[in-house]
Design a binder for this molecule. Structure first.
Ligand code: ATP
Ligand code: MG
Length: 168
């Protein structure tokens, strides 16, 4: 049984994440998805709660032909022991899939096998770009799975982002 690990902040979960996870599903028996910076929400860079992000991911991957677990992981702000922190919160995994240089480095130092899958249209498909479009009132819906559009509507996510961007 092989289990792969994938981590992001998913603010929000977008088609780039979906593209990579659908590929990982072909390479491994089960997937563990870490929702990073789980304690953060209601800020411009981290508008959505861990629970809302769990909902986005779970619904968007409903069709996936590979069992997956979505695990919120709080920051510890101590990089030297972060890989052990992650392992303490997740089902055991043997391979990490990440292109984030720090994530790659920290797991490599912890002797975990790391693979770096390619990026999918990174210029448009980034959380930062999508949050900016939401704030500017421009179309963003085509950049995320339909299930994520539903969740963000349900929680009035765009209205929240605009509200916290305001000044008092
Ligand atoms: P932000 O701009 O808020 O940092 P992000 O798009 O970088 O958002 P994260 O939530 O930080 O997304 O998730 C990081 C993980 O997702 C990393 O492993 C990163 O390599 C991967 N990732 C992000 N965008 C893409 C993309 N377009 N294609 C493939 N992988 C992506
Ligand atoms: Mg990022």
């Amino acid at each position: 049984m092989s289990r792969g690990f994938y981590i992001g902040r998913f603010q929000p979960y977008h088609n780039g994440h979906q593209f990579v996870l659908e590929r990982i599903a072909h390479w491994t028996d089960e997937i563990v998805i870490g929702v990073g910076s789980a304690q953060l929400s209601h800020t411009l860079d981290n508008p959505f709660t861990a629970g809302e992000r769990v909902l986005m991911i779970t619904r968007a991957l409903e069709h996936l032909d590979c069992p997956f677990y979505v695990i919120p992981i709080e920051d510890i702000r101590r990089n030297a022991i972060w890989a052990a922190h992650v392992r303490s919160m997740t089902p055991p995994f043997d391979t990490v899939y990440s292109s984030n240089p720090l994530v790659v480095q920290l797991f490599a130092e912890a002797n975990v096998e790391v693979q770096s899958p390619g990026m999918y249209e990174r210029h448009t498909h980034s959380g930062t770009a999508i949050r900016r479009l939401m704030l500017e009132g421009k179309p963003w819906e085509h950049l995320v799975p339909p299930a994520v559009v539903d969740v963000i509507r349900e929680i009035r996510g765009v209205e929240r982002l605009r509200q916290i961007a305001g000044s008092d």
